[in-house]
Design a protein around this ligand. Structure first.
Ligand SMILES: Cc1cc2nc3c(=O)[nH]c(=O)nc-3n(C[C@H](O)[C@H](O)[C@H](O)COP(=O)(O)O)c2cc1C
Length: 179
């Protein structure tokens, strides 16, 4: 199955989740959103994810704040792609419409009630639907602290989520062949 996982990540946790989802999707490609502009989106499944910042999708300002916070902790590194444009918000704004294309949304966020944290995946899903995509799934993967690490078991869960999405896409395409 042709699938592409597009992610944004400042500290690397969302990238790690993206890679685990891609593994579950049987080796799909992953690409940082700043490098996704020239990628073909002619895929059977487009998976899009980013960190939850200020209750929603990141902004240029929230990414700057995240990078500045990292400078105070020598143990935290910032992804090389983190400050490059377009960020996820701008990329989704310019995403071409694809009626009936299959997509899924994910985020990373703090391990607290979603009422407190906000859920970036909701905003990603809404934007993908607005571009005509059919949403096959939306999920959050949890970090222990702002810079990470991910909660135990989250990478396995991400891999299983990718596998489950692959099954949904393949069931849809076989039912399409029969009808
Ligand atoms: C500026 C900023 C704002 C944040 N706001 C939220 C928030 O509203 N809700 C939340 O759950 N986590 C918040 N976080 C924590 C991020 O979700 C966390 O840093 C992210 O999941 C880590 O992903 P990354 O390693 O891919 O950057 C925030 C982090 C930063 C730096």
């Amino acid at each position: 199955m042709r699938a592409l996982v597009v992610y944004e990540s400042v500290y690397g946790n969302t990238r790690a989740v993206a890679e685990a989802i891609a593994e579950g999707l049987d080796g799909a490609d992953t690409v940082a959103v700043c490098d996704a502009t020239n990628r073909s989106l002619d895929v059977e499944l487009l998976v899009v994810g980013g960190p939850t910042h200020m209750h929603g999708l990141s902004t240029a300002r929230s990414r700057q704040l995240a990078a500045a916070a990292a400078q105070e902790d020598p143990d935290v590194t910032v992804e090389q792609s983190a400050m490059r444009e377009p960020g996820l918000r701008a990329w989704l704004h310019d995403l071409p419409s694809r009626d009936g294309g299959c997509a899924a949304a994910f985020d990373t966020r703090l391990d607290k009630s979603p009422w407190l944290t906000g859920v970036a995946a909701h905003g990603i899903a809404r934007r993908l639907r607005g571009r005509g995509y059919e949403l096959l799934g939306s999920d959050s993967f949890l970090v222990q602290d702002s810079e990470g690490p991910l909660e135990q078991g989250e990478l396995d869960r991400a891999c299983h989520w990718g596998d489950a999405l692959a099954h949904v896409v393949s069931a849809k395409s076989s039912s399409g062949v029969q009808s």
